[in-house]
Design a protein around this ligand. Structure first.
Ligand code: PAF
Length: 280
């Protein structure tokens, strides 16, 4: 497995693979890889001849008060995870390789990005769409893999690929959880012991919502309230949002009469965590 830092090196390698007729999968990441990322790479390896993992903490998707500087990084560990999972190439560019000084083109989406995480992170999806478009143009994969934990991101990328005719298949992969239910996330490393315990309130509150739905509840307001009340029993938790939205449009629904996404964002201390479930 090779690690390269420049766009030219990626292009050269992909060109060589293409000349041999190989299919190419891409797993875009910001590094500090965990089991969730590993499951994306494993899926990509099983469905493509060659797999590129990008490891790039994208400055453009962080707001001015967010955790760009403290975002965890460990390239040696990431390389081992990628190698063990069977990836062929890591693309690990410097910010200057991705954004030269006079960089001035952005991919801004008109729908899907205003609610959920977009409300408290107004520039986030512009940064995500821009960097993912660049990665698609650099790697030109057949398929690209994204986790369902970032459900809004998955919906946004699918929409962008359709709008801009990227001709890439977007594969959504299930949320991977710790044994006690906490969704795996690079940001879990910010939690101290008390916060780690408190963070279980995310998956538990969603389980409560799902239990109500399975018992026949169809009123979105009641399910939202039950999830909210459950989270509020945890003193270290502060809700950013609890939403039930149409899984296609991401618009809030009042009745559960179509595929829905139940999504939450909760601060545990200073750490903002997200989790969700989809009922199709
Ligand atoms: O999900 C992530 O880690 C990032 O948002 C992504 C897709 C790699 C773009 O920087």
């Amino acid at each position: 497995m090779k690690i390269v830092k420049t766009v030219d090196e990626v292009r050269k390698q992909v060109k060589e693979w293409r000349s041999k007729g190989y299919s190419v999968g891409l797993v875009p990441t910001m590094g500090y890889l965990h089991e969730g990322h590993k499951s994306l790479i494993t899926s990509a390896v099983s469905q493509n001849d060659k797999v590129v993992v990008s490891v790039f903490v994208n400055p453009m998707q962080f707001g001015p008060t967010e955790d760009l500087e403290s975002y965890p990084r460990d390239m040696d560990r990431d390389a081992k995870v990628c190698e063990d999972a069977g990836a062929s190439l890591i693309f690990n560019p410097e910010p200057s390789e991705m954004y030269h000084d006079d960089f001035s083109s952005f991919v801004d989406m008109g729908t899907l990005t205003g609610g959920l995480c977009g409300k408290s992170r107004p520039i986030h999806f512009r940064g995500v769409c821009t960097v993912v478009s660049k990665l698609f143009n650099i790697v030109t994969p057949d398929k690209a893999y994204f986790g369902q934990k970032d459900a809004q991101q998955l919906a946004v990328i699918r929409h962008m690929v359709s709008d801009l005719n990227f001709g890439i298949e977007i594969v959504g992969c299930p949320i991977i959880r710790e044994e006690d239910g906490l969704a795996k996330s690079s940001r879990n490393t910010y939690l101290n012991e008390n916060e780690r315990n408190a963070a279980l309130i995310l998956s538990k509150s969603l389980n409560e919502g799902r239990r109500l739905i399975e018992a026949g509840e169809k009123d979105a307001a009641k399910i939202k309230q039950a999830i909210t009340d459950y989270i509020n029993t945890e003193p270290l938790a502060k809700i950013d949002y609890v939403e039930i939205v149409d899984w296609n449009t991401l618009e809030p629904v009042s009745k559960l009469d179509r595929p829905i996404l139940a999504a939450i964002a909760v601060y545990i201390g200073k750490t903002r965590l997200i989790d969700n479930f989809i009922i199709s």
